[in-house]
Design a protein around this ligand. Structure first.
Ligand code: SAM
Length: 301
């Protein structure tokens, strides 16, 4: 090839636009499935916005869940991150290293073909940041699973269905506050970080999307809650929100001694009003209930 031909050629794109997404899907014979939440981003501006709001630093190791055709992966590599990407779809996982080598040569990508819900360790440097456009039907379980098993994760930005994002970031007393809000708060501080248009996806989803950011904090309580206490707390949270309209002494009777009287006694020892509802309590109060429940009524309370 002559030099002038090289200079005259259009620059090789470094992110996936609609044409590249169409070509890749065609080559791989991929028909996006709803079951795997496959909606691929085909807008470089959205990708760069996500990478920027995540605060990705050159050289750090970033975990991406569900890289798909590589839209966000390429943005993370462009920012200089080392990326570990976990993808459940074998065709997509197999193609991704080739796409990265072609469009972001010389960058550092490790692809793991696995269900994110089964990941308990990863090859290479432990990731410090999570950046992902999550499969929507499993976004909360995936987030809670990763935060439980990968303590190296300090912060992250994820794209999720709007309702889920608002719930994750909700404070006690809010209408959308629920079990995911309390469990997420065990691990850190959460905030919504902007909406994303449906039109940046192929295929266009029938739900709205938001970005949600988190910063990991120490577990609640003083001394901080242990893993065993976390499990006990989450069981109380599940019971409280299964019957969210009921007073806690009723909603928790099944897990606190069998009657509303035994539940009220534990709640009082925890310093929680037995007539309150779960939606009014923060994670530290749920932990206090779990701690109070460990001791019989004539115990340490
Ligand atoms: N990151 C890509 C993008 O922004 O264009 C794709 C995002 S798409 C919403 C979700 C991706 O997660 C798909 O590639 C899908 O195959 C993958 N996925 C679905 N369930 C998964 C799971 N349990 N573990 C890992 N990946 C999963």
């Amino acid at each position: 090839m002559h030099r002038h031909e090289v200079e005259g050629a259009p620059a090789q794109p470094r992110l996936l636009g609609p044409a590249e997404i169409r070509d890749l899907a065609g080559i791989l014979d991929v028909t996006p499935t709803k079951k795997l939440g496959q909606n691929f981003v085909h807008d470089g501006n959205t990708v760069r916005r996500i990478v920027q709001s995540a605060g990705v630093q050159p050289g750090e190791t970033v975990l991406e869940i569900g890289p798909g055709l590589g839209s966000l992966t390429l943005g993370l590599l462009e920012a200089g991150a080392s990326v570990t990407a976990v993808e459940i779809d074998g065709r997509l996982a197999a193609q991704l290293p080739h796409t990265a080598a072609l469009m972001q040569p010389g960058t550092d990508l490790t692809v793991v073909h696995e269900d994110a819900l089964k990941v308990v360790e990863l090859p290479g440097e432990p990731p410090v940041r999570l950046v992902a456009n999550l499969p929507y039907n499993v976004s909360v379980p995936v987030l809670l699973h990763l935060l439980e098993h990968l303590p190296s994760l300090r912060s992250g930005i994820v794209m999720v269905q709007a309702e889920v994002g608002h719930r994750l970031a909700a404070a006690p007393g809010s209408k959308v506050y629920g079990a995911p809000s309390v469990k997420a708060a065990w691990y850190g501080d959460w905030r919504t970080a902007g909406q994303v248009s449906r039109l940046v996806f192929w295929p266009v989803p029938n739900v709205d999307s938001v970005l949600v950011g988190f910063e990991r904090t120490a577990p609640p309580g003083d001394p901080a809650g242990t893993e065993e206490e976390r499990r006990a707390t989450f069981a109380i949270v599940d019971a409280a929100f299964q019957q969210r309209r009921k007073m806690l002494r009723q909603a928790l009777s099944g897990v606190l001694g069998g009657t509303s009287a035994t539940a009220a006694e534990v709640l009082e020892r925890a310093g929680v009003d037995p007539q309150a509802r779960g939606e009014q309590l923060g994670v530290a109060e749920f932990l206090a209930i779990a701690r109070a429940a460990r001791f019989p009524s004539d115990g340490l309370g």
